[in-house]
Design a protein. Structure first.
Length: 403
């Protein structure tokens, strides 16, 4: 097979894999909201004519007059590492396509030169190496901008598509059939719907969920039980196992060591996330353990999501936080407490800097919310950051919370 034919075959394979997976709902976005194209033209402002790209994924949000996110994909089948010049040329073409949420994805069955990786990272592009020996996904490392609470976060959508493609092009031995790439907004909706089905008054009255009654409801409705009498041992790294979900028996085990502590609620809700989101996955413990743990990226201000294990655990955490700390309830109690403190400006956000008054308000607010919702301070901080409620210097136009 000559070079051109080999490249065309790789591109066709990529198109078929992506199209079939999107239509079957594996992307985690409704198929009717996602469109996959081959050799589609997009208008270049510089050329004043169209540029043809190998593949493209358009994501259309409800009611939008045009696509809200565009992922342009370049496919290269080389017998040598992809040079930096190819990546630069691809980016130059992408930059000519109008739209703030246009992302470049470069897929090869070879490898990338180190210079290509450095250039892609600087430009926020995704590089995906796929071969019979495994895959490597390389994500951009850029600071996440502070954003008001929004239904769809562009970074979450980008990560969603990136991980979807990584799993799709992984070798069969490393794929996770059944894994869906739920966005933060979709996970929020699922958690709120679950609470609404249990007791609508919880949402209307902004009350925390009563775990005892909720667990009885889950057992009666879904057949899932919770056991808290058995120590669970240690994982492969020697860390205590706090909770685990037995798929076959539909039983969630929580170690008795945390039963009467603030950590219990979140560990339980995290395992419930696995029950509702992941019980159909075909994933062996050996494969799960083979994926590296997520590393904390200081630039992103979050743990990187670079393999299916990271995505599975992130989904469970997001679901758990939304279940225990529904956004509306959290914001209502935050504002009520700020009124109690005498804070008169910028209610609904928490300004965290080195000023003593702001630091004291921050600590006091964390303690109050943790006690009100029956979770740890760590969980409160996780949720406040995820909802962009905590504001730090450099992301705000004002410098005092205000009494």
């Amino acid at each position: 097979m000559n070079t051109t034919a080999k490249g065309d075959a790789f591109e066709e394979k990529a198109y078929r894999l992506i199209e079939q997976a999107v239509q079957s709902g594996q992307l985690g976005i409704l198929p009717q909201s996602s469109r996959v194209f081959k050799k589609k033209k997009y208008y270049s402002r510089d050329r004043e004519t169209d540029i043809i790209f190998d593949l493209a994924i358009e994501v259309w949000l409800p009611g939008a007059p045009t696509y809200s996110f565009l992922f342009i994909i370049e496919c290269k089948s080389y017998s040598h590492p992809v040079p930096v010049n190819d990546v630069e040329e691809f980016y130059a073409k992408i930059a000519q396509v109008a739209g703030v949420n246009v992302k470049g994805v470069f897929i090869t069955d070879s490898t990338f030169q180190e210079g290509a990786f450095k250039y892609a990272r600087a430009k926020g592009m995704m590089l995906l190496e796929t071969s019979s020996e495994g895959y490597t996904i390389r994500l951009p490392k850029k600071a996440r901008p502070a954003a008001p609470h929004a239904e769809e976060d562009p970074l979450e959508i980008a990560l969603q598509v990136h991980l979807f493609l990584a799993n799709l092009f992984a070798p069969a031995t490393e794929q996770v059939p059944g894994l869906r790439y739920w966005s933060a907004a979709a996970l929020e909706n699922r958690a709120v719907a679950l609470l609404g089905n249990y007791k609508p008054s919880l949402l209307k009255e902004y009350r925390p969920v009563d775990l005892s009654g909720f667990l009885s409801h889950l057992e009666a409705t879904y057949g899932v039980r919770v056991e808290t009498t058995m120590l669970l041992g240690h994982d492969a790294q020697g860390n205590d196992i706090l909770g685990e979900f037995d798929v076959a028996a539909s039983v969630i085990y929580i170690t008795p060591a945390i039963r009467d502590t603030p950590r219990f609620a979140f560990v339980l809700a995290h395992e419930l996330g696995h029950f509702f989101l992941h019980r159909e996955l075909h994933l062996s413990q050996q494969l799960y353990d083979s994926f590296r743990d997520s590393a904390y990226n200081v630039a992103l201000g979050r743990h990187e999501l670079t393999n299916p294990k990271h995505w599975i655990e992130w989904q469970a955490n997001q679901f758990a936080a939304a279940l225990l700390l529904p956004e509306d309830a959290l914001r209502v109690h935050l504002i009520a407490y700020q009124i109690h403190l005498g804070i008169s400006r910028n209610r609904g956000t928490i300004y965290c800097d080195h000023q003593p008054v702001n630091r004291e308000d921050y600590r006091s607010t964390l303690n109050y919310l943790a006690q009100r919702f029956g979770v740890s301070r760590t969980v409160i901080k996780y949720r406040l950051h995820a909802l962009h409620i905590i504001v730090r210097p450099g992301h705000a136009r004002w410098v005092r919370q205000g009494r």
